[in-house]
Ligand binder design. Sequence first.
Ligand SMILES: Nc1ncnc2c1ncn2[C@@H]1O[C@H](COP(=O)(O)OP(=O)(O)OP(=O)(O)O)[C@@H](O)[C@H]1O
Ligand SMILES: [Mg+2]
Length: 371
Amino acid sequence: MEKPNNQPSLEMFQTVINTLPFCVFWKDKNSVGLGCNQALAEVAGLNSPDEYIGKTDYDLPWTRAEADFFRECDQRVIQSNQAELNIIESQKQADGHIAWLETSKIPLLDSNGDVIGILGAFHDITERKKAEDTNISNQKLETLAALSAGLAHDFNHILSMILGSSQLAAMKIEKGCDAKDLIKYLDRIDKATEKASKLTEKFMSYSKQGEITKTIFNNSEMIEDVISFIQPSIKSPILHKNSFVNSLLYADINQINQVLNNLIINASQASSNTETIMVNVRSYNIDTLDENDLNPGSYIAISVKDKGIGMSDECQRSIFKPYFTTKDSGNGLGLSSCVSIVENHNGCIKVESSLGIGSIFTVYLPIYLAI
Ligand SMILES: Nc1ncnc2c1ncn2[C@@H]1O[C@H](COP(=O)(O)OP(=O)(O)OP(=O)(O)O)[C@@H](O)[C@H]1O
Ligand SMILES: [Mg+2]
């Protein structure tokens, strides 16, 4: 008697994936489409899933930059044989609107366990992202209000220094003192004004963080640029090791520059002249919600490591607060502005430090893409 065939038919399989409430696709090793479900065919403007077969991302409505990014992710997953999960990315769809997606890609294996392509799935998170962006803006306003209060306090202090010195200078002039005796008062006014101007600059750059201008750039080139800009002004040699060379970031390059700048300057201020500062870049995958409240997904981790004075546990608890400083000439605004920038990019900063041994500051940024 003939055995009943319990294997699901191809039609049954297509029916099942068409019923799933998200877009599913699979591609070969060269990122050429092998199949997809109805939901993906619709956002791609195809008449049926069959039309996806043989197409690449460049044949679909996505922008070129998006297609480059999708392909780059595919190739990383294929070559590393490791999944990349919950990547937040944008996609220009067939109806012309730009959707925000949360995408996961896993290696597609044959029966021998060899990688033959990738399997991907995504769902639309545009509404959720809008709500998150509004929430971030509100948090930023609260931080700015706290900063303004601190700034007003510091400015008052500076103004009273200027006022006091000019009143003393006026009294000396009335008493008919020599011009050279006035120099120290003028000097004090000069220094106070300089301090006020530096404070204003920092505050301006802090408040400008509201105006994020994101572009796509190569993380490796960006880090090299920052290092070659800072190295002439500090004595500690900076070494750069990058195991995630070709990755693109979608972020505000000036702001990420500023973050690295602050971390490297802090590292050099904590180090003696000959101690090397290491800038290390690697990829980092999070499967479940982690201790830093980062969403599961694929991240780039940029760390700045020094062998400097390190920090006590108590100091570490305060370093991200605006105006916390242990330096005579510090404003205590560097790290608080770094946190604000990185959180605006949905990332986080982690610190590990031991007194007398050194510190490591690691910046985690999601792998992002937008048009
Ligand atoms: N790499 C480091 N090693 C040791 N201590 C550090 C390091 N980075 C930061 N700190 C501590 O954190 C404090 C706050 O740093 P932050 O960059 O916010 O302000 P700052 O460097 O003091 O002043 P500025 O506003 O000029 O940056 C520092 O004063 C220092 O005590
Ligand atoms: Mg600093």
